[in-house]
Design a protein around this ligand. Structure first.
Ligand SMILES: Nc1ncnc2c1ncn2[C@@H]1O[C@H](COP(=O)(O)OP(=O)(O)OP(=O)(O)O)[C@@H](O)[C@H]1O
Length: 669
């Protein structure tokens, strides 16, 4: 990396100037007063906006204000600035002043990520900066005006950034977003983007940066409708939680599917969950719900003062039939009340009265109409319907006729039905069914954009639940079919998009940033067995010496030794073990004085040495990973080989696999 003193000094001076300008911008924002607001509510609102603005202008000493610079080609378009610095936010000197740093999301900054010798986009030079803490220590120049000479290998700054030891939560990658990632990040809001990406190709990073990009580009619209990030568990959300705030975006919701649909309180065999997760259940539920609308047997009589008005039974039948199945269940009930009342109003008018709209509302809410509705179109809750469906064989048969066969129906029925819907123990799969029923009753509110990570693990019914939440918006769908570990894991992205109700293109990412080449090649031996259709991933870094496969007589003792060795090197250490062994490993490490933290679904995973139950490893990464007992991990669940593939692809610097001579056959070359 060249670091000519004079150039470095000039760049440091620009950094100092930018910092001073940012301070002035912050002081200016702090000096603004909310007193101009007309009333108390507006004042509160304005105050919170000003607070946000001041917070967004904070200068974090460890975070570089800019990370790149572009110099315009002499013959480039004159509307481009001669020099631009690209950073996390705009910085300018004075209100109308010269821009010192441009936000990475601004349209002009795109060239920093996309320009290359084959298409310089009007620029002559790209410069990347290296920082130590907040200190600018190095730079790396890439000429863009000398034609395509086949490239000079990966940037050292990029490689160093990836290999920088990890200790805490996930970091942003804004300084080093790659061109193929940038295309996805900057895809426009109405487009749903679906990314099939091998482990460590930056799917999660892309999803988070796209959220930040969309919030910047469509700030007004998305601050009203919202952006939601859905991840597999709390530990994962805690891991990614710092990325968006570091990019200046604090108003993004993050949730697990359980947060959205309700935490499960019961369990069931995987085969039953898989059946409940099948998209055919949507048809069964629809039929089950609408079975509650009964054919009216009687007419309606409404008394007002001394007058009685009557609708014949056939009239009530016609009104009900016209609405049945054409609206949501709840609004259908309200609409029937209004239509019945309207007919009564017509009767009144026929008798020469002149009732107004208020009378129609009164009639719609009157006792006789309500009694009729309770018989014909009763109020039912999703829980009541599902409870009945899972405990009443006759009701299930009628609803599932032509959709589920007899064995499937038998599998759905509870062996010991809950007494009432209130005491039912709903499983995760039931939660998605309840959500479907709720949406058949009342429309679910939609957000502006959904980022869905590890999407391959969701059932069709869970995907439908998420799809309704972005029914009027778009989505970024991220995942890896090879890492699907649930009984209902998706086999194709086309299926996933269909269930989500989104149209979108699928892009495949195969260049891995996290895992060294030797480790990735080792893990990829499993690929033909878990997802034969997928391309073999490549790694940005060769990683010679990164992999060690060690036969040991005792896995617990072997793990202590391997963890101790790893702790001598910088960075985080993750010991990944079969779930059932986590406590034993943790106790032994504790006894050996290594002070481990055991990762749980709700923890934030802080600590230098972590014991990770295999089922929680998804999406996470550690500098050094020790996997103790791959055979037991593979044998622990039906899609255990996919789990093992996940586990073997968590290491940034080194992977040590410990076994007792029982490596799964699929791992042999
Ligand atoms: N362009 C990049 N520059 C620097 N680091 C990157 C880049 N892209 C990805 N990374 C890093 O690579 C690692 C893996 O990224 P990420 O977790 O987003 O991958 P993933 O595809 O979601 O992986 P998995 O499927 O295994 O969960 C992260 O540490 C991320 O910061």
């Amino acid at each position: 990396m060249p670091a000519e003193p004079s150039t470095l000094a000039a760049e440091r001076a620009h950094l100092a100037e930018s910092r001073a300008a940012l301070r002035r911008m912050r002081e200016h924002a702090q000096g603004l007063s909310a007193d101009v607001a007309a009333d108390w509510v507006s004042k509160q609102f304005l105050e919170s906006l000003l607070d946000q603005r001041v917070a967004a202008l904070a200068d974090h000493p460890d975070t570089p204000l800019f990370f790149g610079r572009m110099d315009r080609d002499e013959d480039g378009p004159p509307d481009l600035p001669a020099v631009m610095y690209v950073g996390r936010r705009h910085v300018h000197d004075g209100p109308e002043g010269r821009p010192l740093v441009l936000d990475w999301r601004a349209p002009v900054s795109r060239a920093f990520y996309q320009a290359g010798p084959s298409d310089p986009m009007g620029w002559r030079l790209r410069r990347r900066f290296g920082f130590e803490g907040g200190e600018l220590t190095a730079f790396e120049d890439e000429p863009l005006d000398r034609g395509d000479r086949g490239g000079s290998g990966p940037s050292q700054i990029l490689t160093r950034e990836i290999e920088r030891p990890r200790t805490g939560p996930m970091r942003d990658i804004v300084a080093t977003i790659q061109p193929e990632q940038d295309v996805l990040v900057r895809a426009d809001l109405p487009r749903t983007v679906c990314v099939q990406g091998a482990p460590g190709t930056g799917k999660t990073a892309v999803g988070l940066h796209r959220a930040a990009y969309l919030l910047f580009t469509h700030r007004e619209r998305l601050s009203r409708s919202g952006v939601l990030i859905v991840g597999p568990n709390r530990a994962f959300l805690a891991y990614i939680a710092a990325v968006l705030p570091a990019l200046g975006e604090v108003r993004v919701d993050q949730a697990t599917i359980d947060d959205l649909l309700g935490a499960p309180s019961g369990e069931e065999p995987a085969a039953v969950s898989a059946l409940k997760g099948d998209a055919r259940m949507a048809r069964v539920l629809r039929k089950a719900l609408w079975a509650h609308v009964r054919k009216p047997e009687e007419g309606l009589v409404v008394t007002r003062g001394a007058s009685r008005y009557r609708l014949a039974d056939h009239e009530v039948r016609e009104l009900t039939a016209a609405l049945r199945g054409t609206t949501r269940y709840g609004s259908g009930r309200a609409a029937l009340a209004q239509r019945l009342a309207h007919q009564i109003l017509v009767r009144m008018e026929q008798r020469g009265e002149a009732p107004d709209d208020r009378v129609q509302d009164q009639v719609a809410r009157s006792r006789p109409v309500k009694t009729l509705l309770d018989q014909v179109w009763p109020k039912v809750t999703p829980e009541q319907v599902l409870h009945r469906l899972l405990s009443d064989a006759g009701f299930l048969r009628a609803a599932a006729k032509g959709v589920l066969d007899e064995d499937e129906q038998a599998a759905l029925l509870w062996a010991r039905p809950a007494r009432s819907h209130r005491s039912a123990r709903w499983t995760a799969a039931d939660r998605a069914l309840l959500d479907e029923l709720a949406d058949l009753t009342e429309r679910t509110a939609s957000i502006g954009h959904l980022v869905l990570d590890e999407a391959q693990d969701l059932s069709a019914m869970q995907l439908r639940a998420l799809g309704r939440r972005c029914g009027t918006g778009s989505a970024t769908v991220l995942g890896d079919l090879a890492q699907g570990t649930t009984a209902w894991s998706a086999r194709s992205w086309a299926e996933v998009l269909t269930h989500l109700g989104q149209e979108g293109e699928v892009t495949e990412l195969t260049l891995g940033f996290r895992v060294p080449g030797t480790v990735l090649d080792y893990a990829a031996r499993l690929l033909p067995h878990v997802a034969p259709g997928l391309e073999r991933p490549r790694s940005l870094r060769l990683g010679a010496g990164a992999l060690e496969v060690r036969q040991v007589p005792d896995l617990v003792a072997g793990a202590i030794e391997a963890a101790r060795e790893a702790l001598e090197r910088p960075g985080s250490v993750g010991l990944i073990v079969p779930d059932a062994e986590a406590a034993a490993h943790a106790a032994a490490l504790e006894e050996a004085g290594l002070a481990p933290t055991v990762l749980s679904a709700d923890s934030d995973g802080s600590g230098r040495l972590l014991v990770i139950p295999a089922t929680l490893a998804k999406g996470l990464e550690y500098d050094h990973v020790v996997v103790a007992g791959p055979a037991a991990i593979a044998a622990a669940e039906p899609r255990g080989l996919a789990r093992l593939y996940v586990v073997l692809t968590r290491a940034v610097t080194s992977l040590t696999v410990l076994h007792r001579g029982d490596l799964p056959a699929e791992l042999s070359a």
